[in-house]
Each structure stands twice: as structure tokens, then as C-alpha cells.
Design a protein around this ligand. Sequence first.
Ligand code: ADP
Length: 284
Amino acid sequence: MSTPSVSPVPPPATTPRLSARGLVKTFGSTTALAGVDVDLADGESLAIMGPSGSGKSTLLHCLAGILRPDSGTVSLRGRDVAGLNERERSLLRRRHYGFVFQFGQLLSELPAQENVALPPMLLGTPRAQAIALARQWLTALGLAGMEERRPGEMSGGQAQRVAVARALITGPDIVFADEPTGALDQATGAEVMRILTETTRAAGASLVVVTHEESVADWCTRRIEMRDGLVRSGALARTSGTTAVAPPTTLAEPGAYGSRWGVAPGAAPSGVVPGAVGGMGGHR
Ligand code: ADP
């Protein structure tokens, strides 16, 4: 008598942190996304590349809940978020996402520390506590002594560090960056990308970066290439070994992170959940 064969139990499937399937988005007669599938793993940094008009920003906006796709799904840790209404998507962004844009995410009339403190304050953290945390983040990003400066009183690279601090202060699941170095020279852009990728990874967030620059994509663990609203390569590939990463130790400002790692996001004030102001309002 033969022993009945036992089907091997498959290993538990790892749910991607973010997963999109069949995303379609049109603007009038323009098809910006023509059916996009993409996954983002824990700890992964993904560059969305492609020529102008290929749908990169529209994809980022759909993934981040800024735009609602016409059809398709976007799942955050297995929960579908594409169909949420405007208010729900706004909450989703505040609680789970951080944003870094080329410009426009900082409020020009507010000092750096208040810009960084805004997201936790919007989520209910008392002002003094939020400011204290913001100052720690600014120190961690090499901006000690610049807490009171307004964005207009800083260099482009410094302002983007403030933006990175603001994106990460609430411990988001994912940071979305749309051409984050677009307004910077090459050297400053590289420095901002290094800080963005290292800090995001060390904070346990995944990262999505829209860029048309190879040198920017090179900082990411994976890239996809878009053409005419479709992903031409790389959509579902995964890099391995990106989930458990020690805090960075080789930053431009030696020891810059030293004061930070016991503080945020793990020590973010209770009641504060990851997120951002939405990253959309404001101007410099
Ligand atoms: P990329 O970021 O690759 O430059 P986009 O996602 O911005 O591309 O745009 C993809 C296509 O969708 C382009 O043809 C663009 O003109 C169009 N598009 C994007 N946003 C809008 C909008 N709000 N209204 C009308 N057309 C849009």
C-alpha cells in the first residue's frame, strides 16, 4: 500500500507592504495609466522611471491615495485603499504616508521646527511635544541650529532635509517622493538622496521615488520603467534582504543620527500614528 502523498504546505505568502493591480487612470481622452501592476516590499526603495508623460506621477499619486484610480486596486498591507473616499484617503495619507516633493511641501512662513512639527500636531500631539520631537529630527538630519530658520532662509538641500524630517516624524509605512532632487544640483541631490534612502530605511519605512534621473534611481533598491501608462520592466520583482537594516553610520555629519534612534518613530507620542500632513498643501 502506498502512503498517500502529502502536499507540501506552502510557506506563508509575504503580503507586500503596498500592492497595486490593474490601475487605470484617464484624464479626459488621455490615458495616464493603462493597467499597472506593482508591488512594494517591506524596507524596499522603488524608483519609478520613464520619460516625461509616461505616467510616473499619476502612478505615485494613485499609490499614495492622492488620486483615486478609475479602476484597479491598491492594497496597503492587504487592505484595499483605492476605493476610499476623499476624507478616508486624506486620513490614510496622514496616518500612514510621508511625502517629499520637489518643492512646495514646506510652509514658507513657518520656521523649520514648526514645519516638521505640523504632521504630529495635526494628529493630536501637543505642540510642545511635537516641537521637541521635530528638533530631534532636525538634529538627526544635520540641521541643529537651524530650527528657527524659515525655508527661504535655507539652501535647497537644507530645505529638502527639513522635508525629509517632516515626512518621517510620524513613522510612516511608506514615504513617497516625487522628483525630490529636481531643484538641486547634482552633488546636493546625491546628498539628499543618501539621507532620504538611509533615513527612510532605518526608520522602517518603504520608499517610492519618481525620477527620470539614473543617478537618483541608483540610490534605490529596485526600479521600474514606465512607458505610455504601462510598466515596461520590473513591476513585481523583489529585492531580498532589505527588511532588517541597521541605522546608518556613515553620514555626512558624524553622529548625526546618534540622538535620534531612541526617539522616533518608536518613541513618537502615543496616539500618533504614522502619516503626514498629506504633503500636498502648502508652499514655500
Ligand atoms: P510623468 O510623471 O511621467 O511625466 P504624468 O503622470 O504626469 O507623467 O502624466 C501622464 C499623462 O497624463 C500625460 O499625458 C499628462 O499630460 C496627463 N495628465 C496627468 N495629470 C493630468 C491632469 N490633471 N489633467 C490632464 N492630464 C493629465
